[in-house]
Design a protein around this ligand. Structure first.
Ligand code: GDP
Length: 526
């Protein structure tokens, strides 16, 4: 058996942040190709999952051709074992996407080089700032006519406030995309189109001064030499500390579709991205090298089997060794549970987990006893912090078709909010139930699940709410005064925390200015 330190040293756990259509799925595919694990893991293998009972919700998933679920893929690359956590991105964008970013040690930012920095990327970057997560950057689609690479890098620096250190530099673009120059290795790597479905045999030319370059690139060779001089002078040099502190991002260029450049990025990830980090608890810091097992739940995926209301709780391991059949302490409940059948996510080999270490994700079957943010340990009682709720960005009023079911509705909504996909707000001034979410699909999911799991027929309708913030104040009297002054805009969330519900962003701004003694929060620690 290898030591915990050895195992931890191998792990790199990351997620991809990008705007829809930038190429996340394509890159994931190529990454798995390099990991020799093309098969997509995360679909749970087991006797139950072969015969998914049908619910409206599952139908909805199928119809839209999207997965409402986050999957985890583990694969070897070089000497490392990489965990890639999927971040739902299109319509299935949700709070889980945000929360997943608090469970990784680094992120890959994928940018469509024809478009530059897009809105979703800005939001996701903001979340990575909560933990100063190190960011690698891949500028994608160089096989198209993209924007001037210098300009796109400038935009990243300006909009996302992170310094860019090009590691590779593109030679041409679109039909004339010839490859990249690797600034650290001082070599040119040549691109051939039409090789996107495989690991390419690439031609490398060592040294920018190499006369071979002229033979291969013709007039492009001197242009490249000049450009590289300019870029070196005008951009940041890679600095490991600055990267690890989230202040600087190494930038790679390529085409995911053409499978070119993804491996350069992976080499960088394995070399520089942090191994599993220590995590804070309410009573101190837990090191990944601690012998005692610990982990926290960052996502709950419902409806794997609606007949049994089975859910999978995704747990990020923080320390120790998970072994099949071991006993774990469910800290919030103060109970010991035996975990016989946790799932792991080794891509291509989806057998049950026998062993897992810090940085790995395991899936626990959950019959409703596990909540988001729960801590499990090999004995001691402590709780991890830093698994927040995020203020919703979209709001709907939920209405019952049958008014007699008000109790079930409330119960169902509160339970769904515990899973963390949506949040429920109850205004003080009336009996409305307002559901807030980060992604628009969640409202359909809620209505479908209310019907199938709680036998409640509900519908949602627009409501004039632009945003919400949790509010706190050091002095409880201040909060009370705030509550009565802003009575019309105050609500309680699913856990009875006070929130300010703003009809417009301007209204929020004014409320913040008028009540400087009250703190308005975009995230809430669970
Ligand atoms: P996601 O929404 O971020 O997951 O993006 P996808 O990976 O689904 O890609 C969106 C579209 O861009 C698809 O049609 C891809 O084939 C295309 N695409 C992805 N990478 C490249 C690339 O490097 N070059 C070109 N030309 N198209 C790409």
């Amino acid at each position: 058996m290898s030591s915990i330190a050895q195992e931890v040293g191998k792990r790199r756990t990351f997620a991809i942040i990008s705007h829809p259509d930038a190429g996340k799925t394509t890159i994931t595919e190529k990454v798995l190709l390099f990991g020799h694990a093309l098969q997509r893991a995360g679909t749970v293998k087991g006797k139950k999952s072969g015969q998914h009972a049908k619910s409206d919700w599952m139908e909805m998933e199928k119809e839209r051709g999207i997965s409402v679920t986050t999957s985890v893929m583990q694969f070897p690359y070089a000497d490392a074992l990489v965990n890639l956590l999927d971040t739902p991105g299109h319509e299935d964008f949700s709070e889980d996407t945000y929360r997943t970013l608090t469970a990784v040690d680094s992120c890959l930012m994928v940018i469509d080089a024809a478009k530059g920095v897009e809105e979703r990327t800005v939001k996701l970057m903001e979340v990575t700032r909560l933990r100063d997560t190190p960011i690698l950057t891949f500028m994608n689609k160089l096989d198209r006519d993209v924007r001037d690479p210098v300009e796109v890098m400038d935009e990243v620096e300006e909009v996302l406030k992170i310094a860019c250190a090009p590691i590779t530099w593109p030679i041409g673009m679109g039909k004339n995309f010839k490859g990249v120059y690797h600034l650290l290795r001082d070599e040119v790597i040549l691109y051939r189109s039409g090789q996107g479905d495989r690991i390419q045999e690439v031609r490398r030319i060592a040294g920018l001064d190499n006369p071979e370059l002229n033979a291969v690139l013709g007039a492009w060779a001197d242009d490249l030499r000049e450009e590289v001089e300019l870029v070196k002078g005008a951009s940041h040099e890679f600095d490991l500390d600055a990267f690890l502190e989230g202040r600087l991002t190494p930038v790679f260029f390529g085409t995911a579709l053409g499978n070119f450049g993804v491996d350069h990025m992976l080499d960088g990830l394995v070399e520089w991205a942090p191994t599993p980090k220590p995590r804070e608890t309410e009573s101190g810091i837990v090191s990944p090298f601690d012998e005692t097992f610990s982990g926290f739940v960052f996502k709950i995926q419902a409806n794997m089997d609606p007949n049994h209301r089975d859910r999978i709780a995704f747990m990020r391991i923080v320390s120790g060794r998970y072994e099949q059949g071991m006993k774990l302490r469910h800290v919030r409940l103060g109970k010991e549970v035996r975990v016989a059948d946790a799932l792991t996510f080794m891509a291509g080999d989806r057998e049950r987990a026998e062993e897992a270490f810090a940085g790995d994700i395991i899936g626990l079957h959950n019959h409703g006893t596990i909540q988001l943010g729960d801590t499990f340990t090999g004995g001691p009682s402590f709780r991890f912090t830093g698994i927040p709720n995020f203020a919703p960005e979209l709001f709907r009023r939920i209405r019952l078709k049958d008014p007699l079911k008000a109790k079930q509705l409330q119960k169902g909504l509160l339970q769904l909010s515990e899973e963390g996909a949506v949040q429920v707000f109850r205004p003080l001034r009336n009996n409305d139930l307002i559901v807030g979410a980060v992604g628009v699909l969640q409202f359909d999911v809620v209505v479908a699940r209310l019907r199938s799991e709680y036998k409640v027929d509900a519908l949602y309708e627009p409501i004039n709410v632009a945003t919400a913030r949790w509010v706190t104040a050091e002095d409880p009297r201040v909060l009370e005064a705030f509550q009565s002054k802003c009575y019309d805009n105050v609500a309680l969330d699913g856990s009875d925390n006070l929130a300010y519900i703003a009809p417009t962003m301007v209204n929020l701004q004014l409320a913040m200015e008028r009540h400087p003694e009250v703190q308005f929060h975009k995230t809430k620690e669970r």
